[in-house]
Design a protein around this ligand. Structure first.
Ligand code: NAD
Ligand code: GLY
Length: 369
């Protein structure tokens, strides 16, 4: 078992990474559970797999657990589900010392975090991520959100959990397509700040494809270390550091929105293609070599991830995609903020790309295989 600390002064918390953690989850919650109301939010797929285990632990600890469930998928990160769940929790007379536990992937984590941050102006919560994507990224760092028709994650808060409990055993039930989507976010860490991690992923792609648990543990650990370091330097994304974690996301979110949040394009798949588009943009701006664009594409392909708009099969027009990107959270009065690459292991934010350049880039990427 490994325990990392996300260092945020008074709001610091632990990330516990290991196996069989759900069986004694109370050991990783820094709050007494006796008589505490615990709202466990999960989705219909995760509920039959893991909810019983943690419900019984909470009961055995003298807590009063309530199970809340969403259908799952991006459509659950909505105003209507937020309203329904708020009412359900309020109907059980939630108090400021109640606890919310987000048990599931990034959808449950983002929605659960948003609920926790707004109910009674904030109740404590714990992240228990069960997808690779949530374990390497979304459960760490306190970004919470719901989606809107204008774009993904446009309504949300920064609100840190009390701890993150990563039980790697949960990966064993994860569908392979979801697992691969999580690998995309791991590739991102290598690209933005750690060339040796990128090389590790290249060297171990076959073991990753076989879901070798030793390699999975290593990538979760490394990804969490990197994310914790970045978030501790720039919790609210105001210093240009945390924004780097959005590599590929400006393009990826637009592709997800165009696909309609229906599961046709998973978040990690949008990010995978978005990273290639960001690499291509960086190359055309003279920042990033063609060899490195090819090297990135090769790694993503080796992990059976999509690398082009054609791979995703989304119907795109450059103007529609551009309009969506203008609503991205990194857009300012100066333009859309893009995370671009200088080399593998080094990225930076630029907001000076012209509309003409971006439209041409999208057009070009629509032709690429
Ligand atoms: P998800 O939550 O939809 O989970 C994917 C699917 O896997 C769902 O169908 C779920 O029911 C199923 N599932 C979950 N755990 C399982 C398990 N152990 N076994 C079997 N099935 C399981 O999607 P995701 O990829 O985990 O998360 C994507 C979301 O995360 C997006 O909404 C994205 O915007 C968000 N995100 C947030 C941050 C952040 O910093 N807050 C970062 C990255 C992504
Ligand atoms: N996933 C981007 C962030 O947490 O900042």
């Amino acid at each position: 078992m490994n325990t990392l600390t996300l260092d945020l002064g008074a709001h610091s918390y632990a990330l516990h990474i290991g196996t069989d953690l759900l069986d004694n989850i109370e050991a990783y919650i820094p709050l007494s559970l006796e008589k505490r109301k615990v709202f466990i939010l999960t989705d219909e797929t995760v509920k039959p797999l893991y909810a019983d285990t943690i419900m019984s632990v909470f009961k055995a600890q003298g807590a009063l657990p309530f199970l809340l469930c969403v259908k799952g998928g991006e459509e659950s990160k909505s105003f209507s589900e937020f309203e329904r769940l708020s009412h359900e929790i309020l109907s059980h007379q939630v108090t400021r010392d109640s606890l919310l536990v987000a048990l599931g992937g990034g959808v449950v984590g983002d929605l659960g975090g948003f609920l926790a941050s707004t109910l009674l102006r904030g109740i404590p919560y714990i992240q228990v991520p069960t997808t690779l994507l949530a374990q390497v990224d979304s459960s760490v760092g306190g970004k919470t959100a719901i989606n809107t028709p204008y774009g993904k994650n446009l309504v949300g808060t920064f609100y840190q959990p009390k701890s993150v409990i990563i039980d790697l055993n949960t990966l064993k039930t994860l569908p392979v397509r979801e697992y691969r989507a999580g690998l995309a976010e791991s590739v991102k860490y290598g690209l933005i700040e750690d060339v040796s991690f990128f090389e590790y992923l290249e060297t171990n792609s076959a073991r990753l494809n076989a879901m070798d648990m030793e390699v999975c543990q290593e990538i979760v650990l490394k990804s969490c270390e990197t994310k914790a370091r970045i978030v501790s330097q720039d919790e609210k994304e105001t210093k240009g550091k945390r924004a780097l974690l959005n590599l590929g996301h400006t393009f990826g979110h637009a592709l997800e929105t165009l696909a309609g949040y229906t599961g046709d394009v998973l978040h990690g798949e949008g990010v995978s293609v978005g990273m290639v588009m960001a690499a291509q943009a960086s190359h055309e701006l003279g920042m990033f070599s063609q060899e490195d664009v090819i090297r990135l594409t090769r790694l993503l392909r080796a992990l059976a991830l999509p690398v082009s708009i054609k791979d995703l099969g989304v119907s795109v027009t450059p103007t529609k995609m551009y309009t969506l990107m203008c609503g991205d959270k990194k857009a300012t009065k100066d333009g859309i903020g893009f995370i671009l690459l200088d080399k593998i292991g080094q990225a930076r934010l630029r907001s000076d790309l012209s509309e003409e350049f971006i439209l041409k880039l999208i057009e070009k990427c629509m032709e690429l295989d």
